[in-house]
Design a protein around this ligand. Structure first.
Ligand SMILES: [Zn+2]
Length: 194
């Protein structure tokens, strides 16, 4: 039977963002990493909460504001407890939150990202066009990863192999946007996909 398989992947960050900033102690641009610790300042019913980053070289710290002048009553007890406990999951969640870096005017080091692909879901429809595959790779962080590299990650092939398959027309790039790409193929390259 002929069928159309649609498979969706997402590029996921494995680690928090690393940022670049002038370090006053090192006296030059340095890389700062997530300590996965929070700093909390509670003054009456007003809260300030920061995520602490530190210079990889000298451990000079840099605080990224998560909440500033926020009413205690506006965050849940559970969330507040997580901040008090330096909850690692919560610290990682903020460490991957691009908006936090934007509002703190912190430059993310895009050359130091560790990422992978995660399969989200798959649908199979019957079709009259033979075996067709349409693969979408979502890129929610809009990381600058070449489409060939994205295809290579999904298929478990090298970038050169993908390049040659694209040239031969065995893979066709059907959509290329900063937030996602789609490619199609009728070639059964996907038997190797877990
Ligand atoms: Zn430093």
């Amino acid at each position: 039977m002929s069928y159309l398989r649609k498979i969706e992947y997402e590029i996921v960050l494995k680690d928090s963002f690393c940022l670049i900033r002038n370090c006053p102690k090192c006296g030059r641009k340095a890389h700062y990493i997530n300590t996965k610790k929070f700093r909390i300042n509670a003054n009456g019913n007003i809260l300030d909460i920061w995520l602490i980053y530190q210079c990889m070289e000298c451990k000079h710290t840099l605080n990224l504001a998560i909440y500033e002048r926020k009413k205690v009553s506006s965050i849940t007890k559970e969330e507040y407890q997580c901040f008090l406990d330096n909850d690692e999951q919560l610290a990682e969640m903020y460490g991957k939150n691009m908006q936090l870096f934007r509002t703190n005017k912190a430059d993310i080091d895009f050359d130091r990202l560790h990422y992978g692909v995660l399969k989200l879901h798959e649908t199979v429809e019957s079709s009259g066009l033979g075996e067709q595959f349409i693969i979408t790779v979502k890129n929610p962080y809009q990381m600058k990863i070449h489409s060939e590299k994205q295809i290579a990650m999904v298929l478990g092939l090298s970038r050169n192999q993908v390049k040659s398959l694209l040239e031969k027309g065995e893979i066709e790039l059907v959509m290329e946007l900063p937030q996602s790409i789609s490619f199609s193929t009728s070639h059964c390259l996907f038997s190797m996909i877990p």
